[in-house]
Design a protein around this ligand. Structure first.
Ligand code: ME8
Length: 473
């Protein structure tokens, strides 16, 4: 079996923050889990950036930079940020790349040929911040876009439209057939009630827009950025075998695009729809929405430089269950690092390995194996259903269990009076460390090789190491 995982492609009018990192680290963790199960060649993880947006044009203009230069610079920043954060993507797509433009043209032509695109006149409201058309009923009491707090633009122009209204029934049938088309349940219900409420045709092109991909049959129009962006998942998919088991990760803010417009486009073009989509929640920082105006935007690099990539990953992913909303705070993150990583995992590995050196001259006691299988099976089940936080909990429960065993049996005292009994305790502890290392391959990929080194070979354990060094306040 092959598996294909994607993240949204992010707008690059600014640098990445931990909201973007949250989704990308979650997708990366699930991809690592499946790579461990199926082998590297059977898993493909795609991420990238959404470049054909008015937001990027505005950002470049503000800096007085030519757009191509700005895009190149920002795409590099995004790509390198993910690399520095230890995200192991197989491909990074930019929507200005020729391979993407080609796929967009192919798919749009198919939708056009199917008779689902027609010319018309658009008159309405548009928010560049959302890159989305708004209805009067979407606006707040001041007549502003509720997300961006600015009045939307009034637009009246000749546009091409996508006949979305036609797809109400096919979409409902599709959701009926495929319960994984959108998870969790709560999001699925929202989308179902949105579809049941009736679908309007949508404008998919802008006349005389300065930037973007032109329509294949009418070059005077540029394709609406969402209509091009969603297609990145096809442009970046290596083969139909991967597409069959595709899974899109996204935030709950963009489910209508992904679970209404996107499957309708694919049905129209005669392409199979994604196998799975999962919408995660949003987090606030110290109870507030993350925003420039509140000056509370946290960079993933800031956390990774101070605490390391594995702490960044687990600190974010353990804050609340994947799929729910939650809160993130720096204090809670620091506390997690100190108590769970340094004081929990790091301390456990260090103590056990030091004691085995001291009392058994580094020689490994014989191993028993049964209990480990059970723990790992539970861990696997949770990751198969994308319950990332619960899987992390199993990891820490195992750490706590091992620390308790160590403290209650006190093998450093036992070894002096009954060495064979102490050896049995060490065997149990080593077993726990092995299972932890095996979970760490997925959850703590940069710590995993260090754990392996400490666990040594069949006969002897390796040298002790500090896995999570103390950090300054
Ligand atoms: O929507 N908490 O890009 P975008 C959790 N280009 N996740 C957050 C978050 C937060 N506070 N803030 C942002 C776009 N996100 C389009 C996508 S895909 C074909 C095109 C994450 O840069 C979350 O995953 O606005 C959300 O869906 C995504 O960033 C939006 O990124």
């Amino acid at each position: 079996m092959k598996k294909f995982f994607t993240t949204p492609i992010f707008y690059i009018n600014d640098v990445p923050h931990i909201g973007h990192a949250y989704c990308t680290l979650a997708a990366d963790t699930i991809a690592r889990f499946w790579r461990k199960k199926l082998g590297r060649e059977n898993v493909f993880f795609l991420t990238g950036v959404d470049e054909n947006s008015q937001k990027t044009v505005d950002a470049a203009e503000k800096l007085g930079e030519p757009i191509e230069k700005y895009l190149q610079k920002m795409a590099t920043i995004w790509r390198e940020t993910w690399e520095k954060c230890g995200i192991d993507f197989d491909d990074f797509i930019r929507t200005t790349e020729p391979r993407h433009v080609r796929t967009v043209h192919e798919i749009l032509q198919k939708i056009y040929d199917a008779g689902d695109i027609f010319p018309g006149e658009y008159s309405g409201l548009y928010c560049t911040g959302c890159e989305s058309f708004l209805k009067k009923s979407d606006l707040d009491e001041h007549g502003n876009c509720p997300a961006h707090k600015v009045p939307p633009q009034k637009i009246q122009e000749k546009n091409y439209f996508f006949r979305l209204s036609k797809f109400q029934k096919p979409l409902l049938e599709l959701f009926e057939k495929n319960p994984k088309l959108l998870e969790p349940e709560k999001r699925r219900n929202e989308i179902l009630s949105f579809i049941r409420g009736g679908l309007d045709d949508i404008s998919i092109s802008r006349e005389n827009a300065e930037f973007g991909i032109p329509l294949p049959w009418d070059e005077s129009h540029k394709i609406y950025v969402w209509f091009d962006a969603l297609i990145n998942y096809r442009s970046g998919c290596p083969s139909e075998d991967f597409w069959k088991n595709s899974c899109h990760f996204l935030g709950k803010d963009i489910t209508r695009f992904h679970c209404v417009i996107w499957p309708a486009m694919l049905i129209s073009a005669g392409i199979s729809t994604p196998a799975e989509e999962f919408a995660h929640g949003f987090f606030t920082v110290d109870g507030e929405k993350m925003s420039k105006s509140l000056d509370n935007v946290i960079s993933p690099l800031e956390l990774s430089q101070k605490f390391g990539n594995d702490a960044l990953r687990l600190g974010l992913l353990s804050a609340f269950e994947f799929g729910n909303d939650g809160d993130f705070s720096f204090a809670q993150f620091e506390n997690f690092y100190r108590t769970k990583l340094a004081g929990g995992v790091g301390n456990l590995f260090n103590r056990v390995i030091v004691l085995i050196h001291k009392f058994l001259a580094g020689k490994k006691p014989e191993n028993l194996n049964a209990e480990n299988d059970e723990i790992f099976k539970n861990f696997e089940k949770l990751l198969e259903t994308k319950k990332i936080r619960s899987a992390i909990e199993i990891f820490f429960e195992t750490v706590d269990g091992a620390n308790e065993l160590l403290n209650s049996t006190e093998p450093w005292k036992l070894a002096k009076v009954d060495l064979p009994a102490a050896e049995k305790v060490f065997a149990k502890l080593l077993q726990k460390l092995e299972i932890l290392a095996s979970m760490a391959e997925v959850l703590l990929p940069e710590t995993f090789p260090k754990m392996q080194k400490m666990l040594g070979d069949e006969k002897k354990v390796g040298a002790p190491e500090i896995l999570f060094p103390p950090v300054e306040k």
